[in-house]
Design a protein around this ligand. Structure first.
Ligand code: ZN
Ligand code: ZN
Length: 140
């Protein structure tokens, strides 16, 4: 009977030193969001599509999300339907699909069509957007 334990390739004790702490998806990493267009600078608590503290929203694209420090901790009354869901977080913006740079949600800075686009990239791809999006863009 063979009782020897077959070891997988042993690379030595120091092989685990380079354990990467950064997520491959780039999510759940806090940092500073700076809009390339208006210079808005905010600390974000989450970058990704599924913020763990804001379960009611679905980010269609990778977004920068911050917990809102000023949000009242009151339960939302069901009497009024608000446009925005009243949860203690803010979506700051996202990475431009085209140039990969962060842009805030301000309509002066970005436009959302399936992905975030900064306005300069959006106007470069003007013809690729549907008409209702084109109306929001300045003609190139
Ligand atoms: Zn901006
Ligand atoms: Zn861009």
């Amino acid at each position: 009977m063979d009782t020897r334990i077959q070891r997988p390739h042993d690379a030595g004790p120091s092989s685990e030193l380079q354990s990467d702490t950064v997520n491959k998806e780039g999510s759940s990493v806090e940092g500073t969001f700076v809009c390339i267009s208006c210079g808005l600078e905010e600390h974000y608590h989450y970058r990704g599509k599924h913020p763990p503290f804001a379960t009611s929203i679905k980010c269609l694209d990778t977004s920068y999300v911050m917990r809102d420090p000023f949000a009242p901790a009151k339960p939302s009354s069901s009497s009024r339907r608000h446009k925005e869901v009243n949860e203690p977080f803010l979506i700051l913006g996202g990475d431009c699909k085209s140039c990969k740079r962060p842009v805030c949600r301000d309509p002066e800075c970005s436009i959302f069509y399936q992905h975030h686009y900064c306005l300069s990239c959006a106007s470069k791809n003007y013809n690729k957007f549907p008409v209702n999006i084109q109306r929001k863009l300045k003609r190139p």
